[in-house]
Design a protein around this ligand. Sequence first.
Ligand SMILES: Nc1ncnc2c1ncn2[C@@H]1O[C@H](COP(=O)(O)OP(=O)(O)OP(=O)(O)O)[C@@H](O)[C@H]1O
Ligand SMILES: [Mg+2]
Length: 312
Amino acid sequence: MSILEVQDLRKTFTRGLSRRKTEAVRGISFRVEKGQIFGFLGPNGAGKTTTIKILMGLIFPTAGTASVLGAPAGDREAKARLGYLPENPYFYDYLSAPELLDMVGRIYGLDRAARRRRIGELIERVGLGHAGKRPLRSFSKGMLQRAGLAQALMGDPELVVLDEPLSGLDPLGRKEVRDLIFELRDAGKTVFFCTHILADASMLCDRVGIIVKGELRDVGPLGELLSPKVQSVEVVWAPPAADADAVRAALREREGEHETTSEGEVMRTRDPSAGHAFVAAVVERGGVIHAVNPHRQSLEELFVHEALEGDA
Ligand SMILES: Nc1ncnc2c1ncn2[C@@H]1O[C@H](COP(=O)(O)OP(=O)(O)OP(=O)(O)O)[C@@H](O)[C@H]1O
Ligand SMILES: [Mg+2]
């Protein structure tokens, strides 16, 4: 059984008197299995938060189905087994972080002793120990994000759904939250999170789904989504000391893009056999090869490619 499953999910928002429609989600399907870290990746406005809100039962889909922990999205029993960090966590801002967690712990039905223990653990874990009893009103963005994460984990959930968990955090905070997400996975939990930051997804995820303009473009392990084939080759070389100018000029006549950089002469080509022939030509003329760098598609490029195709 999948922990999370959506089938041909659609959401169209209708706004104002003009009844203007926005197709936020346009028929997406995917599954998330137990113990995975699944990254839902897409640019601003792609439909990530809309999908998450449907999964949390906060809004209803226009069509399609969503199930969470084996029950239809919004099911009360399933909700007790999941934790959720909203995109813009709204808090009772006169409460302190321990008071917020205590309230959430009550909602999860934890007894007093369990709440105290869990609050102590979580406050340390998200690095809010120093905030003491200060009200959330006085928290910085990053501190609020940490409090939001702590409340999502209060019920020791099997599934954690995080809407942009790393936003608003400084580099140390990002590292701490990444470690926390790995710890959750190691403890057998399932993590579903969305982000528009590619580096975060590539560091964290077992699988990703890429959503662009409400459509799911790709789902799979990152390694498979990235084209493993070499897309281009970069040859870094130097002409021989004797006759340098003539050799440089001659070799720069050859096919490929040529450039002089601080590392030396650089030649780039999309054709691997042209790269090979170029290396041979440099050696033949007494030049030196400093490096041959194959270039594979990065997640960044895949993402930009998908986003641009969406425009076409
Ligand atoms: N309540 C709403 N009423 C009308 N349109 C909405 C509503 N909520 C979202 N939308 C529209 O749906 C589309 C998808 O929005 P969504 O918030 O799901 O994007 P997102 O992928 O989470 O983006 P971001 O990375 O900026 O958080 C956008 O065009 C947005 O304007
Ligand atoms: Mg969003």
